[in-house]
Write a protein that binds this ligand. Structure first.
Ligand SMILES: Cc1ncc(COP(=O)(O)O)c(C=O)c1O
Length: 421
């Protein structure tokens, strides 16, 4: 089965004349459409806002596109906050959802007026004693065995994130006693979830908690954040989440559970990364070597440091050999990079057409948690990122690393390592 591409071989060959492979290519029109689809599914909810999870694709050009589509930014580190600020996102257009957070990160988030989402009960005092408490605070709930997670985020009861239910009640009453006046409630239970009902259940869980916090403690939750985690169809046979159905089902739930209570109007927030950019990013790489031992291998010029999801999670990423879309897929191969790790494989025992040296391979659905997870182990360098606009023009939005970047943090100055005799 094939997966469609927003470009063809001739286009990519032309791009590769200016920007050598490997590179990431992002489709701006697709990213904008994903933002619009999500906003439209929740257009019934006046305070709805999606905060793009910056960790998925931390590039200012992408965050700017998200901002233009009305999205905020969800940050979890100091650099992500700075990046979002430089794109012009401040105040409650920023969500700060971190864990094991350090003072300087809280300081920056609070100085920007971001909504701070605490990951642990002990952080109330940590924040109070170091930076001071803001007027609005949010807690991250971990439902433990009440919900199932998945391989990416782990089972909730084994995951390091969030408060238990009893800690939530203790935490909100403590905040109230300390004079905090505005409250939010957050959770993030799964990642890459393709079952839309999962998010409806998450909404039910948070609506129920908000109601109980109100009746038992008098806490007025002004927003619930359902987290990110909307999945994307990595495999050709997968179906995308029906966002319209998710929005409609959450609307019905909202009307029956919240609509006639004093919590109404309560805002609904989300912080997806993958569904916004994932399907619209492509890692383009060139076939270089063939190797035949106990298996057949196709060696490409990208490696796991460009995209570690297959090695890290065993994730499937579809591969198209450009120009050979309709050729018989009768070769069973592993597609590998050049890292000295045996999990440096983009595909394992995949049926592909015959791949020749110089063929361009497109690795699909790499637009989220792709380049962002890159690393330099083994002296491998991160590739360039290119943005394709709707009229087909291509702009480099991050240059490829060079060896000088790799050496930039080292000091060779007092080492007597000239040419050896
Ligand atoms: C707290 C938090 N929010 C949002 C996201 C984005 O998740 P996704 O890209 O699967 O939507 C993540 C992903 O790791 C996360 O940890």
């Amino acid at each position: 089965m094939q997966k469609p591409l927003p470009f063809d071989e001739a286009f990519v060959r032309k791009v590769a004349e200016t920007y050598p492979t490997p590179f990431y290519l992002y489709d701006e029109a697709g990213i904008r459409q994903s933002c619009r689809d999500l906003n439209s599914a929740f257009s019934w909810c006046p305070g709805f806002r999606e905060y793009f999870a910056v960790k998925a694709l931390p590039n200012p050009w992408i965050v700017k596109i998200a901002k233009e589509e009305g999205l905020g930014a969800d940050c979890s580190s100091l650099p992500e906050l700075i990046l979002s600020e430089r794109v012009g996102l401040t105040g409650e257009h920023l969500m700060f959802t971190s864990n094991n957070t350090l003072t300087h990160e809280y300081q920056k988030a609070i100085s920007l007026g971001a909504i701070v989402n605490l990951d642990d009960l002990t952080h109330i005092d940590y924040l109070k004693e170091t930076v001071g408490l803001p007027e609005l605070l949010c807690f991250r709930y971990n439902p433990g065995s009440a919900r199932e997670g998945n391989v990416i985020i782990g089972k909730p009861e084994e995951a390091k994130y969030g408060f238990t239910e009893s800690q939530l009640f203790e935490g909100y009453s403590r905040l109230r006693d300390l004079g905090v006046r505005r409250f939010g409630l957050h959770t993030m239970v799964a990642s890459n979830e393709l079952n839309g009902d999962f998010f409806v259940e998450t909404a039910r869980m948070l609506f129920d908690l908000a109601l109980r916090l109100h009746s038992e403690l008098g806490i007025h939750i002004e927003f619930v954040n359902l987290g990110g985690g909307i999945g994307i169809p990595y495999r050709p046979e997968h179906k995308p989440v029906d966002l319209r159905a998710v929005g409609d089902n959450i609307r019905r739930l909202y009307e029956s559970m919240i609509g006639s209570t004093s919590l109404h109007p309560m805002k609904i927030l989300m912080e997806n990364g993958r569904m916004i950019t994932g399907p619209h990013g492509f890692l383009v790489t060139t076939a270089v070597h063939h190797k035949n031992i106990y298996r057949d291998y196709v060696g490409v010029d990208a490696c796991m440091s460009n995209l570690m999801r297959p090695g890290m999670y065993g994730a499937y990423h579809h591969i198209t050999v450009l120009g050979k879309e309709n050729a018989p897929h009768d070769q069973l191969v592993d597609v590998v990079g050049s890292l000295c790790e045996n999990n440096d494989k983009f595909a394992i025992q995949r049926s592909l057409p015959r791949v020749d040296r110089g063929d361009l391979l497109v690795i699909h659905d790499a637009g989220a948690h792709g380049h962002a997870m890159g690393f330099q182990y083994n002296g491998k360098l991160r590739s360039a990122e290119l943005l394709m606009s709707a009229d087909g023009t291509v702009r480099m939005i991050r240059r490829a690393e060079t060896h000088n970047d790799y050496f930039a943090t080292l000091d060779f100055s007092e080492l007597a390592c000239g040419v050896q005799a």
